[in-house]
Write a protein that binds this ligand. Structure first.
Ligand SMILES: Nc1ncnc2c1ncn2[C@@H]1O[C@H](COP(=O)(O)OP(=O)(O)O)[C@@H](O)[C@H]1O
Ligand SMILES: [Mg+2]
Length: 301
């Protein structure tokens, strides 16, 4: 698990961030950055580099290896610190709050500026990262695709999707993005999977979610990771979130992904509310979403 670095932030000095960003720059060229390169990358004296390396290592922000030569790399905590620092510098974030959720591939925290936001650190590439790295110790450095790269790309994809979809589709309003982190509006609601809908709400809520998928399709996107865990039920209706794997509708498999999204959602409703969900063909629903004609799963609607 990646530690929450927010409590460390007050302790860190500007030069610590110079060092971290020097290690980050070095990691563009090799997995482990040799100590000799760090004065140049971080614009610190060799002496200060030594001092800052110890401070950052003590705080779990970098990792050191001493085989052959002294090499350093950022940990996910170090990368979080860099992203958070940038977001604070540009005044996107003023206060840190509690964890909002740990997802499959992210850590999400509440943060604040003039209002509550959600800060999502992407962790793609982390879960199998240690396994992969064990094997990669023996391969050439240029073969490695870093977890930073994978996580940053995912954050960029999610942010782009949110920017394209908001406000036509009910998604969290995107606020800012840096490295592998995105800041968005904090949604007040409960995940669909943790909600018990009243019988009369079941079909209307299912229709609302499918209508969001229709509007997203019109705007050029298929979610491609639809489940009861990626929808909030709010007082106003529904909000669909978690978009990093969204595919554009001109992708050759877009319609397959859409059919799978519809199938996942509908089968959840059928399992949880067998008496409320009417009989209908999910393929017809997917087709109606593609055609932009979808209105309701209810046969007489
Ligand atoms: N904008 C938000 N407002 C409030 N909570 C959020 C927000 N975005 C995510 N969360 C919480 O964080 C969890 C993980 O976020 P999610 O985007 O689904 O990431 P993952 O890809 O890891 O599943 C969610 O299940 C939800 O509880
Ligand atoms: Mg999710």
């Amino acid at each position: 698990m990646v530690q929450n670095i927010a409590p460390l932030m007050v302790d860190l000095e500007p030069e610590d961030f110079h060092l971290l960003s020097g290690v980050e720059q070095g990691m563009r060229f090799s997995e482990w950055v040799s100590k000799g390169k760090l004065p140049e990358f971080s614009r610190l004296t060799a002496e200060d580099v030594d001092y800052r390396l110890d401070r950052c290592e003590d705080r779990g922000l970098i990792e050191r290896k001493t085989i052959q030569y002294q090499g350093f790399k950022l940990t996910f905590e170090g990368y979080d610190a860099l992203a958070l620092h940038s977001l604070i510098e540009r005044e996107t974030i003023e206060e840190f709050g509690a964890p909002l959720g740990v997802g499959k591939e992210s850590d999400v925290y509440e943060v604040r500026s003039y209002k509550p936001f959600a800060l999502k650190y992407h962790r793609e590439g982390y879960t199998n990262f240690r396994e992969v790295m064990k094997e990669r110790d023996y391969t050439a450095d240029r073969d490695h695709v870093s977890w930073q790269y994978t996580a940053r790309k995912a954050a960029e994809r999610e942010y782009d999707a949110l920017e394209s979809l908001y406000p036509d589709v009910s998604v969290p309003r995107p606020v800012d993005q840096n490295r592998h982190a995105i800041v968005m509006e904090r949604v007040e609601g409960t995940e669909l999977g943790r909600t018990k809908l009243e019988p009369e709400q079941v079909v209307p809520i299912l229709d609302l979610i499918l209508a969001e998928l229709r509007t997203a399709y019109e705007a050029g996107y298929v979610h491609a990771d639809m489940s009861e865990y990626n929808v909030f039920v709010t007082r106003e209706g529904v909000t669909v979130f978690d978009w990093p794997q969204a595919v554009p509708t001109d992708h050759e498999n877009a319609d397959e992904f859409l059919a799978r999204d519809v199938e996942n959602l509908v089968s959840y409703f059928q399992r949880k509310y067998p008496n409320q969900v009417p009989e209908f063909d999910t393929d017809d629903v997917a087709t109606a979403i593609v055609d932009g004609t979808f209105e309701s799963v209810a046969p007489d609607a």
